[in-house]
Design a protein around this ligand. Structure first.
Ligand code: TMP
Ligand code: ZN
Length: 405
């Protein structure tokens, strides 16, 4: 029997995306034969409202010294984190000599905004290579997973945290109760825990099933966040929608009773009830939509290839692993995927083994069609790639629907 990672209730799989590799596991041909696969299935827990993946690969297989995702690859995300930091600073860090901790600080793009102002900060990051990049930018980091033990060490050495921040990280951690215990230990009495994540409401609304991959063990809603942290004495005091990553939510939590609860929280709950996020039928409709999207995208690309068209991909995102593997698209369908991340270039996509190439490969000899896998960076990319459209290139998109433009 399967049990919910949040509340322990019995859960059952709702749908499967089939055999999946590690989403950020870009590889070389010599590694093809020993590639690791698992089955990517999801379940919805009705009692606590949490959507979760059923089996998650061991975190050590995903977050290690060759982790392929660097926050600084997106200018807009760097700007977003500057405004996130500014907002946290002006709202919650008014005490003298505040201390800020970031869970999953990656290359330090967020914490740099605090270190620049001389604010005490510390990043916790299990992937040693990205943590080293943060250190290069003057960010203090501990290479570790965040849990009660890590929280104890941090508090013993630095005192309590006035703010614990995270972005696109909390949903990565299967032991969510361990995170909550760590936060409850480390937080100052009036401290705040702020994190933002791809939002379940946005995923259901857009049919963006590619938010589901090994690293995203949970796709949270305001209701599920409230339920996950309440047993640990942490209260959801604000929930603020964000446009990043195709629709995210920023959650603010504090010790029970430490702050008034914003009316945004009730508004988020009401929207979620109205959208049906608390009901099992919603997820059944989502399953049908995913299957339709898969058939349409695979059909479209195969049709283009039959007509002799050149099709490439834009952005070898972690999300694209779910799409490519679920839709069964390989190097015969997609010639290459362009990506600006050096560690991904000249490697092959996980599971489907499509070559990843630098930006020049794309720009010097435009394909006729480019599948926009980095759809969450659409505005930034379409602006940058105006030349592709001018040269007659067409974008293939699949969120919210399969389309060519
Ligand atoms: P993300 O969707 O998880 O943020 O990953 C974005 C990926 O897309 C990352 O590998 C970098 C890549 N990318 C480009 O190649 N060009 C771009 O202009 C942008 C914004 C991202
Ligand atoms: Zn549950």
């Amino acid at each position: 029997m399967l049990n919910c990672r949040v509340c322990g209730a019995a859960i059952k799989p709702l749908m499967s995306f089939g055999r999946m590799p590690i989403a950020n596991g870009f590889l070389t041909p010599s590694q093809f034969s020993e590639e690791y696969f698992y089955e990517l299935a999801i379940a919805f827990c009705e009692p606590c409202g949490t959507l979760q993946i059923v089996d998650q690969p061991d975190p050590g297989k995903m977050f290690h010294e060759e982790y392929a995702f660097f926050t600084r690859t997106s200018k807009r995300m760097v700007a977003h984190f500057a405004s996130y930091a500014e907002w946290a600073l002006s709202r919650f860090l008014t005490r003298p000599d505040p201390f800020v901790v970031e869970i999953g600080c990656n290359d330090g793009a967020m914490l740099e905004n605090f270190s620049r102002r001389g604010i005490r900060q510390l990043g916790v990051e299990p992937s040693a290579n990205v943590a080293a990049e943060a250190e290069r930018h003057g960010i203090r980091t501990v290479v570790a997973f965040f849990n009660l033990e890590t929280a104890r060490k941090i508090r013993d050495r630095n005192g309590p945290a006035d703010a614990i921040l995270a972005a696109n990280v909390i949903c990565h951690i299967p032991d969510i109760n361990g995170v909550a215990r760590g936060v409850a230990h480390l937080l100052a009495d009036k401290g705040v825990f702020i994190f933002e994540e791809p939002y379940l409401g946005a995923m259901i609304h857009k049919g963006s099933y590619d938010q589901i991959y090994d690293e995203h063990v949970f796709i949270f809603s305001a209701q599920s966040v409230k339920n996950a942290f309440r047993p640990h004495g942490l209260e959801l005091i604000n929930a603020l929608p964000q446009t990043t990553h195709g629709g995210s939510m920023r959650y603010v939590l504090a010790r029970q009773g430490a702050y008034p609860v914003s009316e945004e929280v009730e508004r988020a709950f009401a929207n979620e009830r109205e959208q049906g996020l608390t009901r099992a039928e919603t997820y059944e409709a989502f399953r049908v939509r995913c299957e339709r999207s898969r058939d349409e995208l695979a059909g479209l690309i195969r049709g283009l290839r039959r007509d002799g068209r050149r099709v490439a991909g834009y952005g070898a995102t972690s999300k694209s692993a779910t799409v490519l593997n679920y839709c069964g698209l390989g190097p015969r369908d997609i010639e290459f995927i362009t990506d600006t991340t050096p560690i991904k270039q000249n490697k092959f996509t996980p599971g489907t083994h499509i070559p990843v190439r630098d930006h020049d490969t794309f720009a010097k000899d435009y394909p006729e069609y480019a599948v926009l896998f980095a759809w969450n960076h659409e505005a930034e990319i379409l602006e940058k790639e105006a030349g592709f459209a001018l040269a007659g290139g067409k974008w293939v998109k699949y969120v919210p629907d399969v389309s060519i433009s």
